[in-house]
Design a protein around this ligand. Sequence first.
Ligand code: ATP
Ligand code: MG
Length: 415
Amino acid sequence: MRQSKLFTKTRKEAPADETAKNAELLIRGGYVHKEMAGVYSYLPLGARVLNKIENIIREEMNAVGGQEIRMATLHPSEPWKQTGGWDNIDVLFKIQSRTEKEYALGQSEEEIVTPIAREYVQSYKDLPVAIYQIEQKYRDELRAKSGIMRGREFGMKDMYSFHTTQEDFERFYEEVKKAYLKIYNRCALVAKVTEASGGGFSEKISYEFMIVTDAGEDDIIYCDACNYCANTEVAKNKIGDTCPKCGKENLVGAKAVEAGNVFDLGQKYPKAFNFTYTTEDGGSAYPIVGCYGIGTTRLMGTIVETLSDERGIVWPESVAPFKAHLLLLGEDEKIKEEAEKLYKTLNENGIEVLFDDRSGISAGEKFADADLLGMPWRIVISTKSITAGGVEVKRRAEQKAEIVALDKIVNFLKV
Ligand code: ATP
Ligand code: MG
């Protein structure tokens, strides 16, 4: 893509009311546009990142057998009244129609997915089944000060699984936990798994996937020697205690963000919607349900928070809007021609590249934009680089640049 054609532009300042680093950098880079506290639009560069994050999640959910659907986000009030959520879920947005009717905006989708599953699952032979979607969610959050990490409208992958036995549910639960760790890993993040109580959902154990960052709103304690980690809200131990799991190290504390979670919902929702299936011996039973969430927009914010530096964002290749940022410096016609050729070659070889072909913009401004926007590779083409033997190539996260010959650049970037 040509930067001269990109309708968004970078800016020096973020809005004064924006305090979160992730939103500040994303707004300055033209990745997102703030509509109001907790609500953002995703612009071309931001949409590309979000699509890549969603695709990583999609691949891993498909790999565990999840079937993707798209559920309605404007909900009838009846199923919410049937489960009690209408009166008990404080973040539920309720809408009054100009008729007498009331609606809810989807904050989670148990009330919609359970009746859908009930319609198609009749026999034990139809189970297990796992259904997921990647959709907007709406929540009337009291505080929305963490940029895109806590939205009133935000993206979430939510999966729901239905099983005949607790053993089968637990087998799948473990598979999804592993898939989650892969997802964070592919996004260049390291998640710690905490055990937590099910909160409003159930009394059963749930797991939270925590990523250490000062921008997080949760406090965790963890052990450096083993994988013990707990949310301080529920933990029996505190900072400095000997690790209750391995006994080797003292527990340390950190701020963290909940990037995902998995819940054992038991039979609560099938009971609320009278969803039974025929068992092998001809009887009838309620399925056991699990639910699994990942905040897609929160994940994007977390990547920005954990990987940026004082100059801007540092995208990992897996989610970067473009792999490389090609900077054309100077107004020399010959160099311009070389740059155009290179841009074409990179595209033809499937290397995603943002081409800063803008004229009348200083080298300093182009460098500053490249740092702010954060593509993994910066390629500079100028009279100086051509004289030195090709283009000057540098990783965003490193200081050292090297000269790569024009006919070697494709192979250089492909490995
Ligand atoms: P939190 O404790 O942070 O409010 P939650 O327990 O309400 O999260 P869930 O209802 O289980 O979260 O939602 C699943 C996932 O969706 C969370 O793990 C998180 O990654 C994401 N998420 C939840 N609320 C928000 C929000 N307001 N903005 C962005 N992402 C969110
Ligand atoms: Mg919440």
